[in-house]
Design a protein around this ligand. Structure first.
Ligand SMILES: C[S@@+](CC[C@H](N)C(=O)[O-])C[C@H]1O[C@@H](n2cnc3c(N)ncnc32)[C@H](O)[C@@H]1O
Length: 512
C-alpha cells in the first residue's frame, strides 16, 4: 500500500488498523541540513530559526511514539541519519524506545571517492537499529548472503569447475582460543600422527562432536592425511554471514548509484534529490525482514526505494513480503501542485512491478506485485459524522480486519478472506437489507457488519443463524481511533479524552 499524505495522519490511522504488525519500520528522516529538506507547516524550515533542532525533534518524536506501537514482537526500527542530527536522534530513540532497545549503529559508506572540500571529508552515514525485544530480534534476524569473492573460497577439490554448492567445500580450522578442559583431548590422524591443540588454544568442540563429524567423513586431514584436522563445511550448509556494523559501498551501493537509479527510471536525476541505493535497502531487509511474509513500513518513503528493494527480494526468493509506504506530496505554499507521492513514488513502484526500458541496461524485468494507493486525511473526531465517506469507512473496515483493500460498492460492499466476512451497508434500504440477509444466510464463518443503522441491520437478520458482530458507524470507529488499536469486532469502551482521528480516503490506482 502507498499512502499519500502527512505521515502523522497516516500513522494515526495505522495505529488503529496495524498495531503490533510490522516486522520492520525503516525511516530515512529529513536530516535537518538547513538546506530545504524539511517541510513544516507547509513551508521549508528556515535554517536560521533558533528552534530548528527542537522543532525537528518534536516533529520526529510525535511520529516515533505512534510508530512504536506498530512493531511486532522481535520487530525492529532502522533509522537513517547523518552528522547533522545523529546525537539528537540517538537520544530521542533512547527516550522513545529505551536504551535497552538499542541493537547497533551501522555505518554506511556512502561515497567511493574523497570529499576534498572539508577539513576531513565526510564519507558515511548511520543506520540506528532498535528493537523493543532485542533477544527476540536476534533470534529472527537474517544473515547476509555470501558474495562471489566469499563464495569462491569454497571449491570442489576433485573438479574445480563444478559449481554445485553441495560439492564445494572449505576446511574450517578446528581450534579456538583459550583453555577448556573437555576440549583438550588427543586426536590421531588417519596416518597415525597425534595432534594436541596448539599453545594457548583448545579444540573448537568436545570429543563426541568431533567423533560424530569424523564418522560422517567431514574432517579434512590435509593432502597426505596427517595434517591437523579441520572441519569440512559445504557451501550449501553456509547460512550466510552474521551482519556487522560496517556497510561498505561495494556491498550496498553509494549515493551516486542511487542517483543513477533515479536517472534510469525517470530519465533525469532531478526527479528526486535524496534517494538511497536500492542495494542499501535490500541489506536492511535481509537483516530485519528475512521472513518471506514480512510486513514492512517506511513512513518517509520519498521515491519508494524500500518498496523497490522489497519487490526485488520477493522476486529473488519467491517471497510475499508486503509494504506500507507513506510519502508526502512535498507541496508547499510556493509549489502547491507538487505531488511527489503520486508522480515519483507510485510511478517508480509501478515501473518496478511492471518492468521498464532502461537507457543503460535495456529492458528491466518486471518484479511482479501490486499495490493500493490511498490518501491520508485528518478528520476531527467531532466531525466524523459529516466528513466520513463510504470509501473511508470501507478502507478502514478492510484494514482493521486484515483484508486487502478493494473499492467500495454503492449499497453493500463485501470481502471474504479465508472464512472471515466483512460487510458494509452504506444505507438501510429494503433491497440492501435483503442482500445482506441473503449473504449472511449462506456464510458459515465469522462476520463483521458495519452500518450507519445497526438496529435496522439487526432487525433484517432476525431469525437467521449468524454470529455476526455489528459495528456502528461512526461511534465504534470513533472509539477504535481513541483506543489506538482497533478491534472493530468488539466495541471498545469509550474514553473521555478527545483526540483527533483520521481515516484514509481510498483512491485506487490502476493496481489494487
Ligand atoms: C530523505 S527522504 C527519503 C528518501 C527515501 N529513502 C528514498 O530512497 O527515496 C525523506 C522524505 O520524507 C518526506 N517527508 C518529510 N516530511 C514528511 C511528512 N510529514 N510526511 C511524509 N513524508 C515526509 C520528504 O518529503 C522526503 O521525500
Amino acid at each position: 500500500m502507498i499512502v499519500e499524505g502527512d505521515n502523522y495522519d497516516a500513522l494515526r490511522h495505522l495505529a488503529t488498523t496495524h498495531s503490533g504488525q510490522f516486522h520492520l519500520i525503516y525511516i530515512d528522516v529529513p536530516y535537518n541540513t538547513g538546506n530545504k529538506d524539511f517541510v513544516y507547516n507547509d513551508s521549508f524550515f528556515d535554517p536560521r530559526n533558533r528552534y530548528r533542532h527542537s522543532t525537528w525533534l518534536e516533529f520526529i518524536y510525535q511520529r516515533l511514539v505512534l510508530a512504536k506501537a506498530l512493531l511486532r514482537d522481535g520487530g525492529s526500527i532502522v533509522v537513517s541519519i547523518d552528522d547533522n542530527e545523529l546525537f539528537n536522534m540517538g537520544l530521542l530513540m533512547n527516550q522513545v524506545f529505551g536504551e535497552r532497545s538499542f541493537v547497533a549503529t551501522c555505518i554506511w559508506q556512502k561515497r567511493y571517492s574523497r570529499e576534498n572540500r572539508s577539513a576531513i571529508g565526510d564519507a558515511h552515514e548511520y543506520l540506528l537499529v532498535y528493537s523493543l525485544t532485542p533477544d527476540a530480534f536476534k533470534q529472527r534476524r537474517g544473515r547476509i548472503p555470501l558474495n562471489d569473492a566469499q563464495a569462491k573460497v569454497y571449491k570442489n577439490h576433485d573438479n574445480p569447475l563444478d559449481k554445485d554448492p553441495t560439492k564445494r567445500w572449505r576446511g574450517i580450522p578446528m581450534t579456538a582460543q583459550g583453555f577448556r578442559p573437555n576440549q583438550m583431548y588427543k586426536i590421531t590422524s588417519p596416518t597415525g600422527k597425534e595432534h594436541f591443540p596448539p599453545e594457548g588454544r583448545c579444540w573448537s568442540m568436545i570429543e563426541p562432536e568431533f567423533l560424530s563429524l569424523k564418522a560422517q567423513n567431514k574432517i579434512y586431514w590435509g593432502r597426505d592425511g596427517s595434517a591437523q584436522p579441520s572441519v569440512i563445511r559445504y557451501l550449501s550448509e553456509v547460512e550466510g554471514l552474521v551482519p556487522w556494523t560496517w556497510w561498505s559501498h561495494d556491498e550496498v551501493g553509494h549515493t551516486d548509484e542511487a542517483r543513477k537509479e533515479i536517472q534510469d527510471i525517470f530519465g533525469t536525476q532531478t526527479a528526486f534529490d535524496t534517494p538511497k541505493p536500492t542495494r542499501l535497502l535490500e541489506r536492511v531487509l535481509q537483516i530485519c525482514a528475512p521472513e518471506k511474509d514480512a510486513l514492512v513500513l517506511d513512513f518517509f518513503a520519498g521515491s519508494g526505494t524500500t518498496a523497490h528493494a522489497l519487490l526485488r527480494m520477493n522476486k529473488a526468493d519467491c517471497g510475499q513480503r508486503r509494504f506500507v509506504l507513506v510519502s508526502s506530496r512535498e507541496s508547499t505554499i510556493e509549489n502547491p501542485d507538487k505531488n511527489l507521492c503520486r508522480d515519483i513514488c507510485a510511478v517508480r513502484v509501478r515501473k518496478a512491478i511492471e518492468g521498464y526500458a532502461s537507457e543503460k541496461t535495456g529492458e528491466v524485468e518486471a518484479l511482479g506485485g501490486s499495490f493500493a494507493y490511498v490518501k491520508a486525511l485528518p478528520v476531527p473526531m467531532h466531525r466524523l459524522e459529516e466528513r466520513l465517506s463510504d470509501s473511508m469507512v470501507w478502507t478502514f473496515a478492510l484494514q482493521a480486519s486484515g483484508h486487502p483493500v478493494s473499492a467500495v460498492k454503492p449499497a453493500l460492499s463485501t470481502s471474504i478472506q479465508g472464512n472471515h466476512l466483512v460487510a458494509y451497508c452504506t444505507n438501510s434500504k429494503p433491497s440492501t437489507m435483503a442482500a445482506l440477509r441473503e449473504l449472511l444466510e449462506s456464510h458459515k464463518g465469522p462476520a463483521v457488519v458495519l452500518s450507519w443503522a445497526v438496529q435496522a441491520v439487526k432487525e433484517a437478520l432476525v431469525g437467521i443463524d449468524t454470529t455476526a458482530s455489528y459495528v456502528a458507524v461512526p461511534q465504534d470507529l470513533q472509539r477504535a481511533f481513541r483506543q489506538g488499536n482497533a478491534q472493530i469486532r468488539e466495541p471498545i469502551p469509550a474514553e473521555t479524552e478527545a483526540v483527533e482521528g483520521l481515516v484514509d480516503d481510498q483512491h485506487l490506482g490502476e493496481q489494487s
